[in-house]
Design a protein around this ligand. Structure first.
Ligand code: SAM
Length: 292
């Protein structure tokens, strides 16, 4: 059964009495080379467990199950369960969990399912919640080896931008804290049914085994990034001092100068490592002040 054949997809859905759910971001792959390539790219060892989000009718799930020891796929749409039972019937190492990835206890699921295996994430993400899903995966505390996901091409450009580029934003700086991101390949809109309006791209985030940014105060670090990009048109000094009344302009300017930036610099020029250094300097300045 070719799960990337539009007629097969339609027939499977008809038999299950279901339709494409736009509200769940259902755009299924119809070019078999794409799930093969995503599955090839998502892990370096066969003996790992793959956590898939949104298996749809199972075209990527099958490719993952062929290559890796175990696959656990979280699917929100209950209507797809009988389809998946059919399409994954000959994949005993693939297991579907009917749940919302934004609500399920991911650490618990991994603890129950991984049985000591390394875990990687692989998904053709539903576009309506790409960033919240990515943030949830990054913040849930599970030491995933890597996260390989298909996202809208423009989102991929944002996620892989470098400091100083126009697409660089808060999410890029935050992502840098968790891992190294690279764009793997572009997937034209015509590879999906129904076809979305824009192209997609696959990115892979290799998570740091040990975070290189040992920031003194994580909430200050993330808060500074949020402040910097929440008020993009302001200089970084003004953006920070309007969000944090506890820091004077002089104190922020001094910290920026120490890092080699001028007082007129904007947030988009700072890399993750610059934000980490700035956060530590401001934290120490605050501590020094409060202990006087
Ligand atoms: N993997 C399939 C493919 O590549 O053809 C389908 C990908 S489709 C873009 C996104 C899938 O995510 C759909 O199956 C959709 O039902 C599922 N989904 C949407 N929101 C979800 C959520 N919050 N939790 C789990 N699955 C979700």
């Amino acid at each position: 059964m070719d799960l990337c054949q539009p007629s097969v997809i339609r027939q499977l859905m008809e038999e299950a009495g279901i339709r494409f759910r736009k509200d769940f971001g259902q755009n299924f792959l119809i070019n078999p080379a794409v799930p093969e390539r995503i599955a090839d790219s998502c892990a370096d060892r066969e003996d790992c467990m793959v956590l898939e989000i949104g298996p749809g009718i199972g075209c990527l799930t099958r490719e993952l199950a062929l290559r890796y020891e175990k696959v656990v796929a979280i699917e929100i749409d209950r209507g797809l369960l009988p389809v998946l039972a059919k399409t994954l019937a000959d994949c005993p190492n693939a297991h579907v969990v009917n749940a919302d990835v934004m609500k399920i206890d991911i650490p618990r699921l991994i603890k129950e399912e991984a049985e000591g295996r390394d875990v990687v994430v692989c998904a053709n993400l539903p576009y309506y919640i790409t960033t919240p899903i990515l943030m949830r995966l990054l913040e849930c505390g599970v030491p995933f080896r890597s996260i390989t996901v298909m996202v809208q091409a423009e989102v991929a450009t944002r996620l892989t931008a470098k400091a100083g580029e126009s697409d660089y934003g808060a999410i890029t700086a935050v992502l840098g804290y968790y891992g190294d991101v690279k764009r793997l390949f572009t997937v034209p809109a015509g590879c999906f049914m129904p076809a979305p309006k824009v192209n997609s791209a696959v990115i892979r985030i290799d998570l740091h085994k040990k975070c290189p940014y040992d920031v003194l105060d994580r909430s200050l670090f993330f808060g500074l990034i949020k402040a910097a990009f929440g008020q993009r048109r302001k200089t970084l000094v003004n953006a920070i001092t309007s969000s944090y009344q506890s820091f004077s302009k002089d104190c922020v300017i001094k910290a920026l100068n120490q890092l080699g930036f001028s007082e007129t610099v904007r947030g988009e020029r700072l890399s993750t490592s610059d934000f980490a250094a700035l956060s530590d300097l401001l934290y120490e300045a605050k501590e020094g002040f409060s202990s006087k």
